[in-house]
Design a protein around this ligand. Sequence first.
Ligand code: RB5
Length: 149
Amino acid sequence: MRIGIANDHAAVEMKNEIVKYLEGKGFTVVNYGTDTNDSVDYPVYGEKVACAVRDKEVDLGVLICGTGIGISLAANKVPGVRAAVVSEPISARLSREHNNANIIAFGARIVGLEEAKGICDAFFGAEFLGGRHERRVNLIDEVDKRNHQ
Ligand code: RB5
């Protein structure tokens, strides 16, 4: 599996640790930056991974900013992207199983490294369950289409 990852300046260290962790698990990780502590704008990095997921350069994504909120909000503006911001592993698993989330987001200022690893384990260890959930996920796309400007 190919995983795209990006972050803002609040999450460089955590991103580096998560890249090592995921590579250690055998995943191919594509890093879309940022890689320095210079202040950057999180929407730029949210869009990079969102477009990589949309364009199938990667299968799934990880986004990390201070809270995970801003970077996921930006990613969710890309049609077909479902970025779930979570702070514990149960929600990470359910975001795959029920919502077919294709990006997991979390905050480097909110969760510790071990919790972040647990979130990744839960997310990448789960599969979309389909069935009744599929109809609901399709309805999300319809909301998008109805309200597209
Ligand atoms: C950057 O200071 C911070 O606003 C950003 O990392 C994130 O938390 C935004 O949602």
